[in-house]
Design a protein around this ligand. Structure first.
Ligand SMILES: [Mg+2]
Length: 386
């Protein structure tokens, strides 16, 4: 009977489970993740809230504007900072997030609740959130088809519709990479398991090798940013990341595409003059809705903005803000590239680098902090159990 109940729980995983929330700004935990003096708890929060911050900021510029200079994004960023400061009643969450954040919550909250990846539970979260979503979430049309198909059987066969999409070749959109930030936190310090889970969750919506490897590369970038002590060599970081992908992915098809894109990332990092949006796109990274264009773009934005001298116009901001503003400006798929760059940068710099005004302004910040703390608690419990 007990076995049966456990089996039902794992299949459904619908029971609420307690998430203990840490004191979010105290960082009183002793486990330090890098020589920068940023705690691991802060990095967990930085990764998830950074993803939401990028989504909220980038959503304003998604496709409607195209790649552009930094100036309009800086103006928007500062306008909202001032708006929060001038508010007397402290209105929160008035800048909306989009599908990127919806699906990050759907995946991450299921992992925390179930303490393992339960595909049907994640698929159900995806579907329920999608069907209840207001129009400003801007879901892609193709993923909507998958949610409608999985709902027909009450999410019992959650992998089938994605597998059959596009005559069986599957999607290589960036959707399974944009939501992947909970994965490196769930399996922190285990790249093989990170790759397995990034791949597994991708197959709920994106089964094309380019889509799967995009999710793995983004997850590995977050993990590497979280565990690297003061990045001094961006080119080496990019090279090692590609080697990590080649070593841990079990999807070996079309890895050349990522190798080619990461070589362009390195070329752009080494460019002598300031890299503008047109340099990125003309150089061969289109920053669009496909995984192999968006994930390398996000990695580039993080690495290029490490050095405050690279973009003088952004030098007054901290590194995390530089990464997010720059990604929103140069990208076609602004919300997603900024969200992924924000997740990588947040994992590196920690929550303290996300301006409190933006935490106030972004819809979903509290929920993101709660999710990060739930994942951190799981990490701590797993560590103690070993
Ligand atoms: Mg979006």
């Amino acid at each position: 009977m007990i076995v049966l109940l456990v089996a039902i729980f794992h299949l459904q995983c619908r029971n609420p489970s307690e998430i203990i929330i840490l004191d979010i700004y105290s960082n009183n935990d002793s486990e330090m993740a890098s020589s920068q003096g940023v705690s691991l708890a802060s990095k967990f929060q930085g990764a998830i809230v950074g993803a939401v911050f990028g989504d909220c900021l980038g959503a304003k510029f998604e496709y409607f504007w195209g790649p552009m200079p930094n100036k309009p994004v800086v103006k928007y960023y500062e306008t909202l900072i001032n708006e929060v400061r001038s508010q007397k009643d402290g209105e929160k969450g008035f800048v909306f997030y989009t599908d990127d954040t919806c699906m990050t919550f759907d995946l991450g909250e299921s992992l925390v609740k179930c303490k393992e990846f339960v595909p049907r539970d994640v698929a159900r979260n995806f579907g329920e959130t999608y069907f209840a979503a207001p129009s400003q979430r801007y879901y892609g049309a193709n993923v909507g088809f998958i949610f409608r198909s999985t709902k027909v059987n009450d999410y019992r066969n959650p992998f089938n519709p994605a597998k059959e999409q596009f005559n069986g070749s599957g999607s290589y959109g960036n959707g399974s990479a944009m939501r992947v930030s909970p994965v490196p936190l769930f399996h922190h310090k285990d790249k093989v398991k990170i790759a397995e889970l990034a791949s597994h969750q991708s197959k709920l919506t994106h089964t094309n090798p380019k889509g799967i490897n995009g999710a793995i590369l983004q997850a590995l970038a977050i993990e590497k940013a979280m565990t690297t002590e003061g990045i001094r060599d961006s080119v080496a970081f990019a090279r090692e990341l590609m080697t990590d992908l080649e070593n841990v992915t079990t999807t070996k098809e079309e890895l050349d595409v990522y190798d080619e894109k990461m070589k362009i990332v390195i070329k752009l990092i080494e460019q002598k003059t300031e890299v503008k949006a047109e340099d990125v796109i003309n150089g061969g990274i289109k920053t669009d809705v496909t995984a192999h264009e968006a994930v390398p773009a996000a990695i580039f934005c993080f690495l290029y903005t490490l050095n405050e001298k690279n973009i003088p116009e952004l030098s007054k901001f901290n590194g995390l803000v530089r990464a997010v503003i720059y990604a929103a400006a140069i990208s076609l798929d602004s919300d997603t590239v900024a969200s992924m760059a924000g997740a990588i940068a947040g994992a590196y710099y920690g929550i303290e680098m996300i301006p409190p005004e933006w935490i106030e302004a972004c819809e979903g910040s509290d929920r993101a902090l709660k999710l990060a703390d739930g994942l951190y608690k799981l990490h701590k419990n797993n560590k103690e159990a070993v």
